[in-house]
Design a protein around this ligand. Structure first.
Ligand code: CAA
Length: 312
């Protein structure tokens, strides 16, 4: 591919949501330039605003100097046309967790970018092979699964699909390290390593709550204080987003047909009611619009140790 891994590269990010925006921040922070394409204009503006806010927090907490923060923001360009992703050496897709939508976008990217551009998906559970089948050179397609919040979490799962080339994997591993994160290698199975382990645990907590075995606070306290997890499982479900988790459960269940992966009925009902977790203001807990404020009417889980501290 003729790229020097130590040099900054141009990285395309498709999707400016919580994950796409977080990826853009982490990539720009490492000195790479970011071409972010978010098709919805309002979402694009919101993404730019979230980046400013996040960088502002890093500056005010002394993690970044003011000039470094401004330089980071200056390295992120918000594209109005997807065609401009053609300049990227690597495009990371972080759009909705829907196979058909992703496949359409991979087809489109295949027409936009040169053959030398690597194409990665940040999917949590959708088979990478299905996305690779939509492009002309599947050797350049892989999964790069980041964890939320991306600027903080130090792991990236590097997913090798059936046809991913060794050169693509080597480049991706070095790219992940350039972000100050640790790559781990995983096969292209639904859930990869982390979600295959995490989702049955989270769903067991949802079932426990659904069965009224214990309160949401006690379930969360159990794991936060008893096992030292930064967040209890129901708080973590809200943090990830119940729509995202539901899609991951469905994908895992379809792949393995094991009941531990099946989404519990309560999760489905909460989705139907628009209770998507922190992002919609209500999930297992209630949230204020502003990050950091609590809106829990009964004072639920206000302790940082219990809940991970923010907004619950
Ligand atoms: N963006 C940027 N930085 C953030 C942030 C955000 N959204 N949230 C927190 N931070 C930073 C803070 O600035 C702070 O940095 P410093 O310590 O350097 O000042 C640091 O993270 C810790 O934050 P706080 O002290 O305010 O809060 P905390 O100690 O409660 O930590 C947390 C917050 C990092 C989110 C912690 O609760 C945690 O690690 N929770 C678990 C998160 C987790 O499990 N993520 C994986 C989800 S699964 C997934 O993503 C995969 C999937 O496919 C579903």
């Amino acid at each position: 591919m003729g790229r020097s891994e130590s040099e900054p590269i141009a990285v395309g990010v498709l999707g400016g949501g919580f994950m796409g925006g977080g990826i853009a921040e982490a990539v720009a922070r490492a000195g790479h330039s970011v071409l972010l394409y978010e098709p919805v204009a309002d979402a694009r503006a919101a993404s730019a605003q979230r980046l400013r806010k996040s960088v502002g927090r890093a500056v005010s907490s002394g993690k970044l100097a003011y000039g470094q923060g401004e330089a980071l923001i200056g390295r992120v360009s918000y594209l109005e046309s997807a065609e401009d992703l053609a300049e990227a050496a690597l495009v990371i897709e972080a759009i909705v967790e829907d196979l058909e939508v992703k496949v359409d976008w991979f087809r489109r990217l295949d027409r936009i970018v040169p053959e030398s551009t690597l194409l990665a998906s940040n999917t949590s559970s959708i088979p990478i092979a299905g996305l690779a089948s939509a492009v002309s050179c599947p050797g350049r397609v892989l999964g790069l699964h980041f964890f939320s919040p991306v600027p903080v979490m130090r792991l990236v799962e590097v997913v090798k699909a059936l046809d991913t080339s060794p050169e693509t994997l080597r480049f991706a591993g070095e790219f992940v390290e350039s972000l100050g994160k640790q790559p781990i290698a995983t096969k292209d199975r639904s859930g990869f390593i982390v979600n295959m382990l995490l989702v049955p645990y989270l769903m067991a907590a949802v079932r426990m709550f659904e069965d009224e075995f214990a309160t949401r606070e006690d379930i969360d306290k159990g794991m936060a204080l008893g096992c030292g997890h930064p967040m209890g499982p129901l708080t973590l479900c809200d943090f990830i987003g119940l729509d995202v988790l539901y899609a991951v459960c469905q994908s895992l269940y379809e792949e393995f047909k094991q009941t531990e992966y099946a989404p519990p009925p309560l999760l489905k009902r909460m989705l139907a009611a628009g209770r998507l977790g922190r992002k919609s203001g209500r999930g297992f807990y209630e949230y204020a619009a502003e990050r950091g404020a609590t809106a829990s009417p009964d004072g639920a889980a206000r302790s940082r140790a219990t809940t991970g501290g923010r907004g619950v």
